[in-house]
Design a protein around this ligand. Sequence first.
Ligand SMILES: Nc1ncnc2c1ncn2[C@@H]1O[C@H](COP(=O)(O)OP(=O)(O)OP(=O)(O)O)[C@@H](O)[C@H]1O
Length: 346
Amino acid sequence: MTLLQLEGVSVRFGERAVVDSVDLAVAEHETVCVLGPSGSGKSTLLRVVAGLQQVSGGRVLLDGADQAAVPVHRRGVGLMFQDHQLFPHRDVGANVSFGLRMRGGGHGPGRGSHAGRVAELLELVGLPGSQGRAVASLSGGEQQRVALARALAPSPRLLMLDEPLGQLDRGLRERLVVELRGLFSRLGTTVLAVTHDQGEAFALADRVVVMRDGRIAQAGTPLEVWQRPASEFVARFLGFENVVPATVAGSFAATAWGKVPVPAGSPDGEQRLLVRPAGVVLCEAGLPCEVVSRTFRGTHVALLLRPGSGPVLEAECGLAGAPAVGDRVAVAFTPAEVVVLPPGDR
Ligand SMILES: Nc1ncnc2c1ncn2[C@@H]1O[C@H](COP(=O)(O)OP(=O)(O)OP(=O)(O)O)[C@@H](O)[C@H]1O
C-alpha cells in the first residue's frame, strides 16, 4: 500500500524551480533513497514532505490524505538531519525522551513508561544502558545512533533521513548502513532518505531515485539503476566514465574505440554508449592500450588504459596477473556490460 504520494510537486524560489513537477510514491515498509548532486533539490523535497517547505504546486498525500493543511507536528513523520542536532548539555536518555514528547496529540505516556521505551530504543540502536552518558562524551557514530533513537521514539509512520551518515568516516558509514537496513526491516519502518553518496543509497534502499535539477532523472531498484542507467547523466553520476558517441548498426556499434558489440535489440543509429569497466577485458588481440594507472580495489584491480584512439578506458581485472603501469595490453568488449544510452541527454 502507498504511504506517501507526491503528485506534481514543485517548489520555486523566484523564477527558479528547485523541485519541478515531481511524482513519487513510497510504499509502506519501503526504503527509498533520493540521490543526486548538490543543489538538485533533495533536501527541499524532504522539507516539503515534512511540512517545513510550502509547495508552489502539486500535492503531498500521506495515507491518501492531502497534507496541505496539516502542520509539521501532526504529520506523523520523523526527521533526522545531517547535523543531528542533539542537545549537547543533556544526557543520552533526555535526548531520546525528547523524541517521545514530540509525539503528536499530547497523549504521550508518563515518565515511567518513557524510561522503559528509552531503554528499548537505546537497545535497538546498539547503545544499551547509555541513558546517563553525556552527549559530548560520545563518538560521532554514537551520536548518530542517539539521533536515530530520538527520531524513532515517536514511532513515526514515515522516517525521513537527510544525509544520515554524512559526517562519519567511510568505514563507520558502511557498517551503520548495514545496521540501519536490518533495523528498518525488523521494525517495518517506511523510510525516505536523501544522500549524495551513491554507495550509501544503493546499500540502504529498496528503490533509488536519482534527481537532477529538481526532476527525477531515474527511479528503480539499485540493481536496475546500476545495470541500466537511463541517461549519460545518471551513468556519470554513478561514477561510470567509459561513455562515447556511437553509431549502432545491428549487433555492433562504431566508436572511437573501434567496433564494440552491443546487447541484442539495441536501437540502431546515433547513440551514446556506456561500457562498464567489467566489460573491458584484457585479451590477446584487440584494441591496443597502454596502462596509465593501476589501483588495488580489494576484490579486483582497477586499470586506467590509454587506447591508440578514443578517450581513456576504465577496466577491471583479476588480482593475479594484473599488468603494470606502462605495459602494453589489448582489450575486447563484453556486450553484457555495454549499455546504449539515449543520445543528447547529458
Ligand atoms: N529558501 C531558499 N531560497 C532560495 N533558494 C533556495 C532555498 N532553499 C534552497 N534553495 C536552493 O535550492 C537548490 C536546491 O537545494 P537543496 O538543498 O534542496 O539541494 P540538495 O540536492 O539537497 O543539495 P545538497 O546535497 O547540497 O544538500 C539549491 O540551489 C539551493 O541553493
